[in-house]
Design a protein around this ligand. Structure first.
Ligand code: GUN
Length: 285
């Protein structure tokens, strides 16, 4: 079997075009454009690229982009002061603090300082708790993007065995909750999991999010599986590649996301969707 390729780039462009239309209608009705503040601390090169793309897309859909580039030496207190200001700024509907933060700063404290109504990353304990309780408010962007791609296959998800590799707060854990809500049977694997290939071999849906270059071998994959690759690793030559060994995996999977051009663009599209939702909720629209 040769897998069908899930074109995340095209799907994200479609989602983004719809958001742009909705924002134009909102502005034509006399409402302010949604505003998204993206805060970058320090000079982590991958984060610089992600943040640049987020800001570019924010402007491209007609939102207002508020940009804060803080030096790596900024204190936690100064960062919290900025977030406090953004929490009360009526032009700002969404706040994102790019992770990772310098180790001197407690990322949990920073995440919890964001007004949950403006937490367009969906990482605040309030939003994560809502997802746990099956009453999602603002949902984490990458898992929501993955769910959109999985649903687009048109396959019935009910009762499928979904295996997630990775237990991070940003991807693995909320991904498990999303798949559980879709009535999958869910297994979360991590670095202490025994016999990973055997578990992967039982996955109807596989989501790889552990950050290890081409770690998952095609031979592990159940024939026909939906394979979602969240990995963003650099090869020694500097190319962007996922956690799945794409060339061998595509020979067994039924569906597979490429890297680049799979999950990555969807994360940004979902961020913009969350910012529009936040603006609508804050306005009471
Ligand atoms: N770093 C890598 N992915 C993300 C994300 O989705 N949100 C934030 N804030 N930082 C990240």
């Amino acid at each position: 079997m040769t897998a069908r390729i899930i074109d995340g780039k095209a799907r994200a462009e479609r989602a983004t075009a719809e958001i742009k239309v909705q924002i134009a209608a909102r502005v034509a009705a006399g409402k302010p454009p949604p505003g998204l503040a993206v805060v970058l601390v320090g000079e982590h090169p991958p984060s610089q690229i992600y943040v640049r793309n987020k800001r570019r897309m924010t402007q491209a859909v007609g939102m207002k982009s508020f940009e804060f580039d803080l030096p790596g030496t900024v204190s936690q207190h100064e960062l919290l002061t900025l977030i406090g200001r953004l929490n009360t700024d009526t032009e700002v509907h969404g706040i994102l603090v790019q992770l990772p933060l310098p180790k001197e700063i407690d990322a949990d404290v920073v995440t919890e300082s964001i007004d949950p109504a403006k937490d367009v990353d969906g990482l605040h304990p309030y939003n994560m708790g809502r997802l746990v309780l099956k009453r999602p408010a603002l949902r984490p962007c990458t898992p929501e993007g993955c769910m959109t791609l999985i649903r687009d296959t048109g396959e019935n998800l009910v009762g499928k065995h979904a295996v997630i590799i990775g237990q991070s707060n940003i991807v693995g854990r909320p991904m498990a909750l999303e798949l559980l809500m879709a009535r999958c049977t869910v297994t979360i694997c991590h670095s202490a999991t025994r016999d990973l290939p055997a578990i992967v071999g039982t996955a109807d849906i596989l989501v790889a999010a552990m950050g290890r270059l081409a770690f998952v071998q095609g031979a592990w994959i159940k024939p026909g599986a939906i394979v979602i690759d969240v990995g963003t690793n650099r090869t020694p030559e500097g190319k962007l590649r996922g956690d799945i060994d794409f060339e061998t995996a595509r020979e067994r999977a039924g569906w597979i996301t490429p890297v680049p051009g799979g999950v990555g663009p969807m994360t940004i599209a979902m961020l913009l969707a969350n910012t529009l939702r936040a603006a609508q909720a804050i306005d009471g629209a």
